[in-house]
Design a binder for this molecule. Structure first.
Ligand code: UDX
Length: 468
């Protein structure tokens, strides 16, 4: 079976490598020649734990290739996964042209019976529009069009692609039945790989027991594959993804809102949410307060759902509040800096620019927004991130005064405050006693509530987000 993956970002490339590993002839199709060349050289074009290993293995076995050419990729292909980007436009709507263009291009060369699987996150109704487009432009082509949203997180894209918590597949249950069976069989094959692959991938193998056992890193492993599958209507599958992400964003903003109350009344948000999350109906996950959510998914998906709600004249107040609270967390962190430094202007160090730990991605990073605000207020800002230097320099092109340091000591040296803005685990291991001595004034804002406050309080005037 030949499978084409159109778009080789986090979603596409992780899936492609696992398909290649499962023995399928897999072709990555991408318009960006640079990415294609890097993949063909046996590497990933972005940082993701385990991905370099799997790309290299796919290329070496010959199961994985990459191309920019639709004709080469689509020749004799049985299935094409659509994993292209759907960036947000200035109005907040998603730009879906990559989906429509790619399906249209692919259909020029597709053979009868081709199965398209829409994997990109899209607004509800996109699949139906794509189906009409193919019918109009390629009236003779027989095809199936399914939607199977991905649920992977950056930083654990490979693991999440292997350990599928749930497999949602939307389509026309009567007419697409065979196609549905084929696609589910592919996902099952990936699922069956987990025991062998996980021990083999450096950087992931050390966590193997946690993933495979019952210790909670992933909980669904004992569930038989078929019980994880849900076959739905096309539109329902499209909604499941975006509604899930918006709900998780809502949990985060809820925790952030309560953290601001904790600051006022002297409660501790971590204690509050531990107690709240102990109710199984609520759960502790995604109730961690801090600087707010960023990345390529949550902000985009919440805005995308707000747009769909508006398009169909359904009230979206609750999600507007989610975004408002999220935007305001950056201002709240800035106010904490101002309060600790008693209004004096000087050097501020910021640790972390990626939107979260484990990734070099700075899209919609709350940390980058914070850095810009601090620079606009006249502070001289020094920043550090263990992975995201290149991305950060692009984001801060218009902020030449902000200095990216290679050495964490420089972040603390002569600073009047340091802000911990990304939850990189290595920041927990820093020698805070030594670093505090390098500062002009010992102020620290842990904007991720991530380092033990008793340690920080020993050496700094400390402020957390809803933690005092
Ligand atoms: C998310 C979803 O988790 C994943 O299922 C979906 O497919 C894509 O979007 P991702 O964007 O990679 O994944 O990151 P995630 O780990 O979910 O975190 C998103 C943001 O929320 C980060 O900025 C993180 O720091 C923040 N966050 C998360 C919180 O502020 N508090 C929390 O309790 C959890």
């Amino acid at each position: 079976m030949k499978i084409v993956i159109i778009g080789s970002g986090y979603v596409g490339l992780s899936l492609a490598t696992l398909l290649a590993r499962s023995g399928y002839q897999t072709v990555c199709l991408d318009v960006d020649k640079r990415k294609v060349d890097i993949i063909n050289s046996g590497k990933s074009h972005f940082f993701e734990i385990g991905l370099d290993y799997l790309v290299s293995q796919g290329i070496n076995t010959g199961n994985l290739t990459a191309t920019t050419d639709y004709q080469t990729a689509m020749k004799d292909a049985n299935i094409a996964f659509l994993c292209v980007g759907t960036p947000t436009t200035e109005t907040g709507a998603l730009n879906l042209s990559f989906i429509y263009d790619s399906v249209n291009q692919a259909s020029k060369y597709a053979k009868d019976g081709i199965i398209y699987v829409q994997r990109s996150t899209v607004p509800v109704g996109t699949g139906a529009k794509a189906i009409n487009l193919i019918k109009e432009n390629h009236p003779k082509l027989r095809f199936h069009y399914l939607s199977s949203p991905e649920f992977l997180r950056e930083g654990s894209a490979v693991i999440d692609s292997i350990f599928q918590d749930r497999v949602v597949l939307g389509g026309d249950i009567e007419n697409d039945e065979n196609a549905i069976v084929k696609v589910l069989a592919i996902f099952e094959k990936i699922d069956s790989l987990k025991h062998e692959v996980i021990h083999e991938i450096p950087d992931i193998a050390k966590f193997a027991d946690a993933y495979l056992g019952n210790s909670g890193a992933k909980t669904s492993n004992g569930t038989p594959f078929k019980d994880k599958c849900q076959v739905t209507k096309l539109e329902s599958a499209e909604l499941i993804k975006i509604v899930s992400n918006a709900f998780l964003s809502l949990k985060i903003s809820y925790a952030n809102m309560i953290s601001n109350l904790c600051d006022k009344v002297g409660a501790d948000i971590n204690e509050v949410m531990k107690g709240v999350g102990a109710d199984n109906r609520i759960g502790r996950a995604f109730l961690y307060a801090g600087l707010g959510f960023g990345g390529g998914c949550f902000p985009k998906d919440v805005k995308g759902l707000i747009n769909s709600l508006a398009e169909y004249d359904v009230d979206s107040d609750i999600l507007n509040a989610v975004m408002e609270i999220n935007n305001n967390q950056v201002n709240i962190a800035v106010e904490k800096v101002k309060k600790l430094t008693k209004g004096s202007i000087g050097k501020i160090g910021v640790l972390g620019t990626a939107f979260k730990q484990g990734t070099s991605d700075t899209r919609e990073s709350q940390s980058i927004k914070l850095i810009k605000k601090l620079a606009d207020l006249g502070y001289s800002v020094s920043i550090f991130d263990p992975q995201a230097k290149e991305e950060t320099e692009v984001d801060l092109e218009k902020y030449p005064s902000v200095v990216f340091e290679e050495n964490i000591e420089e972040i603390f040296k002569d600073s009047i405050a340091v802000v911990i803005a990304t939850d990189w685990p290595e920041f927990k291991l820093l020698d805070f006693e030594h670093l505090s001595k390098l500062m002009k004034e010992n102020n620290i804002v842990d904007a991720r509530n991530f380092i033990d406050k008793t340690i920080l309080k020993k050496y700094f005037n400390y402020s957390g987000m809803g933690v005092s």
